[in-house]
Design a protein around this ligand. Structure first.
Ligand SMILES: CC(C)(COP(=O)(O)OP(=O)(O)OC[C@H]1O[C@@H](n2cnc3c(N)ncnc32)[C@H](O)[C@@H]1OP(=O)(O)O)[C@@H](O)C(=O)NCCC(=O)NCCS
Length: 145
């Protein structure tokens, strides 16, 4: 059973560890707080038996759009449906906020994540050439709600 809830300040060390291991980026706590400032509800975490194992940070992008900035499940907890639960919750939160679209960017080589998003109805909407710090291309994806 996964518990999905809003992030709390004291989750931030754990969130930063999951992000750094899963996405290869280490961000200071201040960045999470800054990004979640406009829409705190859009920052959610997943817990299994009380342990925080997943995070999704979504932001608002204009009046009718939300955007997934970071999404990661700790490696040993993947492929159990935890990502699905977080995405389902994020879709609900986006609808509640009045959004008609969710957008995101993903590395072109991240086939697992791209397939995961496609199963949720996200479609490729463009390429961001050399988007990442190592110059890998990004894929823009979006889902209409
Ligand atoms: C993308 C990501 C968040 C998905 O999280 P997840 O918890 O593994 O997602 P789910 O378990 O809900 O679904 C993943 C797959 O496992 C399958 N699955 C779910 N529950 C399962 C179960 N009990 N048994 C077997 N397979 C299962 C799903 O059908 C899905 O299959 P698919 O890959 O063929 O679509 C995760 O892979 C991740 O953190 N990746 C690294 C970071 C990353 O790339 N983030 C996205 C950057 S934009």
């Amino acid at each position: 059973m996964t518990l999905v809830r809003n992030f709390r300040y004291d989750d931030l060390d754990r969130i930063a560890d999951i992000v750094s291991a899963s996405l290869g980026e280490y961000y200071p706590k201040s960045l999470y707080l800054e990004k979640s400032h406009d829409w705190e509800d859009g920052f959610i975490v997943g817990l299994v038996e009380g342990k925080l194992v997943a995070m999704l940070l979504g932001v608002v992008q204009g009046r009718f759009e939300t955007r997934i900035l970071m999404f990661a499940v700790e490696r040993q907890y993947r492929k159990r449906g935890i990502g699905h639960e977080l995405m389902q919750k994020f879709i609900e939160l986006s609808l509640k906020r009045g959004a008609t679209k969710i957008s995101l960017e993903v590395r072109r080589s991240n086939i697992d994540a791209i397939r995961f998003y496609e199963k949720f109805g996200f479609q490729n909407t463009g390429v961001l050439f050399m988007y990442y710090s190592d110059l890998e291309d990004g894929l823009k994806m979006a889902k209409t709600l």
